[in-house]
Design a protein around this ligand. Structure first.
Ligand SMILES: [Fe+2]
Ligand SMILES: [Fe+2]
Length: 357
């Protein structure tokens, strides 16, 4: 892609009204998200974007989605239901835990931005509520959604939210003047949960739905969610950069917290306990294949760019990235030990080796 094209793409994503978001790809959202790493972007300018990028859940049209859902095979429905339930859990959890971070934010502009984010997270929860109710025919909110997938499908995922996120934000609630606790909460919430886990899952699901051309209402709404998340992640990086600038020791706090979260985040992303119910990669159309290696490298690369933007040294960033790669390798091995079958990543690894030879 040429350099001149980038500002055009950023503008297109930023200014798209809700109905045009169906034609905005996740790669374009990503380019816009990376543009927020520019040190010129401050929380006031993120606030102004929030004012201009309002959208309403009630404006989404789910009528095609309702028809499409009927035509999808039960196997694919199961995978999608599970993924969407994870997002529903996530949105609810982040709506419930952002309050203490807002309350303890030392700067006025940070509190203003975080207030907009709470409104966004509430809207995202309402989006899933409506989608489950009208399209998936699961009535009764998150509790009913959880019942349809069973506790095992969401156990690892819930650990991240119910342990790591709740512990981090609860400490901020009890000790609002504890600066280290605030930084650690932003790392957990904005950098690792929103920026790593949620984004990777979002990209996966949106690419798949665009590839097969299904569920336009959901795709539109979820792209609007992703655009909101760009502002949140941009804010997280901005707030951490500011702390590191004020006190270089905070760089170490950020690095150590990221290091502590690598394993639980990778465990949730790979989820080795759960047997993958996917077709053999060789039978999938090339355009719809999702290589676990590409997904991993995308997620690690995005995290590395943000950590550099926060102000971590190149060697610290590289060490964290390498550590994360090794954890994935270990979890793929563990998957094979648990289930006694090859992990789909092996097929992609063989393709890569063959291409090199
Ligand atoms: Fe959200
Ligand atoms: Fe968010």
């Amino acid at each position: 892609m040429s350099q001149e094209a980038l500002p055009e793409i950023v503008r297109k994503v930023e200014e798209a009204p809700l109905e045009d978001l169906l034609r905005v790809s996740m790669d374009e959202v990503q380019i816009q998200m990376d543009s927020y790493l520019d040190p010129e972007v401050d929380s006031a300018s993120l606030y102004r974007r929030w004012e201009k990028q309002q959208w309403a859940v009630s404006d989404l049209d789910f009528s095609d989605d309702i028809r499409h859902w009927e035509t999808i095979s039960e196997g694919s429905r199961e995978v999608m239901r599970r993924t969407m339930t994870l997002f529903f859990i996530g949105e609810q959890a982040v709506t419930d835990t952002l309050g203490p971070i807002l309350h303890a934010a030392p700067h006025e502009d940070e509190r203003v931005f975080l207030a907009t984010q709470i409104a966004d997270e509430a809207r995202h929860t309402v989006f899933f509520h409506r989608f489950f109710d009208e399209v998936l025919q699961v009535h009764g909110g998150l509790r009913a959604a959880l019942e349809t997938v069973g506790p095992l499908a969401t156990a690892g995922f819930r650990r991240i939210f119910e342990t790591h996120l709740v512990d981090a934000t609860d400490l901020v609630r009890r000790e609002p003047d504890n600066r280290v606790a605030w930084v650690e909460a932003i790392v957990t919430y904005h950098l690792m949960i929103e920026g790593y886990l949620a984004l990777a899952g979002q990209r996966n699901l949106l690419r798949y739905l665009r590839g097969v051309g299904l569920m336009p209402g959901f795709t539109t709404g979820f792209t609007a969610v992703a655009r909101d998340e760009s502002r949140h992640i941009g804010f997280g990086v901005l707030a951490l950069r500011r702390r590191v600038h004020e006190d270089p020791e905070m760089g170490r706090v950020v690095a150590l917290k990221v290091l502590a979260l690598l394993e639980p985040i990778a465990l949730t992303a790979v989820n080795p306990d759960s047997r993958l119910n996917l077709p053999d990669p060789s039978t999938i159309q090339p355009g719809l294949r999702q290589s676990p290696i590409e997904l991993r490298e995308f997620a690690i690369g995005s995290l590395a760019r943000r950590l550099r933007s926060v102000g971590l040294s190149e060697s610290a960033v590289e060490e964290l990235a390498q550590g994360m790669r090794k954890i994935y390798e270990r979890l793929w091995d563990r998957y094979e030990e648990i289930h006694g079958v090859e992990h789909p990543v092996r097929w992609y690894q063989r393709q890569g080796a063959a291409a090199l030879a």
